[in-house]
Design a protein around this ligand. Structure first.
Ligand code: ZN
Ligand code: ZN
Length: 361
């Protein structure tokens, strides 16, 4: 079967034949139908991962189960599934503490890396983040997949385990946005546009979208933003304060992918408000916060891994919300690619030429 193989930071992804191994205990073989390209996948190919090359990247996708290994209980051959970047084993310490989005299986997919097959030269092939969805077939852990019954498109199913669960979950689970709240979202793309919709669904009265790109700002307005802030018009923190009577917002969520966006989100939350950073920075990056505001601002800072979600609880709900039109992916999934065009899909995600690009098999 063909897969998009990362062989080193100086090489583009190679479309190569990989011989997949048989599923082991608790594993299934999935014929992949589509994969949503996430900046996390791009960063992995730039070296921001614990997995050594050669590896197959891609963490959010959808496909059909074609074989099940021993001990698989929830999943049957023929099931349509979605996969996400964080598995949940329901057995490890974080899972038992009610925080399965921090399941030990995240690192169990990276250290030691999961080997899923061999290249034509006989050398082992690993998968990034324990998933490796950018392949025609993949051996996946049952703990990291969810069966999808909702009548939604393949493209919609592919984004469930990425922007949808992370964006909606950041608002519902992590920030805990309540009806009537004011909410600011710093960065309205692949993730932020789902946050805008979640804030609307949660009943926020004021939803401020902060975004440089005019097309994305206008899409944010279509999806529920009540106020649009262009950073080119001046300090976004000041603009948000002006829109909220000088107080700041009840919840500020960062989806801009920069340390500056995280600093701005902290500064624009009101005293006693909630701040949710979500972006993956480089290991050497730091952020600077005002010490007085940090010390006595009584702000709750709660970062977000996979939207603080429970895969098996949340993904079916979000799939049903897509099916019923409560949330909309129409303009968020802005381009589809073939597996042979995977490098174009990655550079489009890297350069923000698409909101979400989906690779279709
Ligand atoms: Zn676990
Ligand atoms: Zn993602």
């Amino acid at each position: 079967m063909k897969a998009a193989l990362h062989v080193g930071v100086d090489s583009p992804l190679l479309i190569e034949e990989v011989t997949l191994r048989e599923p082991g205990p608790g594993e299934v073989v999935v014929e992949m139908n589509a994969v949503a390209v996430c900046v996390t996948d791009v960063l992995a190919t730039e070296g921001l991962t614990l997995v050594p090359p050669p590896f197959i990247t891609g963490h959010a996708g959808t496909g059909i189960v074609r074989a099940v290994g021993p001990g698989v209980t929830r999943t049957r051959t023929g099931d349509r599934i979605a996969t996400a970047g964080s598995a949940e084993c329901n057995l490890c310490y974080p899972c038992l503490q009610g925080t399965p989005s921090s399941c030990d299986e995240i690192f169990g997919g990276m250290v030691p890396p999961r080997e899923v097959g061999v290249r034509s030269d006989g050398n082992a092939v690993y998968v990034d983040g324990g998933v490796g969805a950018l392949a025609e077939f993949m051996v996946l852990r049952e703990s990291g997949i969810v069966t999808i019954d909702a009548d939604i498109s393949i493209e919609q199913a592919s984004v469930l385990g990425c922007g949808v669960i992370s964006g909606l979950g950041a608002v519902f689970n992590v920030a805990g946005v309540q009806p009537g709240w004011s909410v600011a979202i710093v960065g309205c793309g692949h993730l932020g546009l789902w946050m805008v919709q979640a804030a609307r669904v949660a009943g926020a009265r004021t939803i401020i979208a902060i975004e440089w790109d005019p097309a994305r700002r206008s899409l944010a307005a279509d999806l529920g933003a009540t106020h649009l802030v262009d950073p080119a018009d001046g300090d976004p923190v000041q603009q948000v304060k002006e829109l909220t009577g000088g107080r700041g917002v009840d919840a500020a969520l960062e989806a801009g992918g920069t340390t500056l966006a995280a600093e701005q989100a902290f500064a624009m939350a009101r005293g006693g408000g909630v701040v949710v950073p979500t972006s993956m920075a480089q290991p050497t990056d730091s952020i600077t916060l005002n010490a007085l505001d940090f010390g006595v601002g009584a702000k709750r800072i709660s970062s977000s891994q996979t939207g603080g979600g429970h895969l098996k609880r949340d993904i079916p709900l979000y799939a049903a919300m897509l099916e019923n039109g409560i949330i909309d992916s129409t303009h968020i999934i802005s381009k589809t690619f073939t597996l042979d065009d995977v490098n174009a899909a990655f550079s489009a995600a890297r350069n923000k030429e698409v909101i979400t690009g989906v690779v279709r098999f």
